[in-house]
Design a protein around this ligand. Sequence first.
Ligand SMILES: [Zn+2]
Ligand SMILES: [Zn+2]
Length: 139
Amino acid sequence: MIRGSCACGGIHFEMDAVRSLTHCHCTICRKLTGASFATYAHVEKDKFRWTSGQYLINHYESTPGSIRAFCRVCSSMVPSQAPYLETVSVPAGLLDDDPGVRPRLHVYTSSKAPWWDIVDDLPKHEKWVPGFGPESRKG
Ligand SMILES: [Zn+2]
Ligand SMILES: [Zn+2]
């Protein structure tokens, strides 16, 4: 079992397993996290459960159809489900346990912060991983 929680502890959740970890360098993730880039744990829907505080969640539509979720008390970004993904996107900074997997790739390197140099050898994608973006569910 892998547990996670927001900064104030009002929201808790748990996962049976994390499928992968990815780094996103898009402008929206950088602004929403206030960090150089955001890291997400991707979890299959049936392996993710809220355990407390779901009523504390506020939503923000960062781009049409992309809903971000936050704790109403501490403003931590909390897990959300993108309509074009099979998995729940869990901000990895919220994890209280080691997910057992390590980051696999970078996305949106085209909007990377100029002050951050990627120094690992993981695969880099300028936008989405092909086949995993919003366009994959259209038409
Ligand atoms: Zn909170
Ligand atoms: Zn992003």
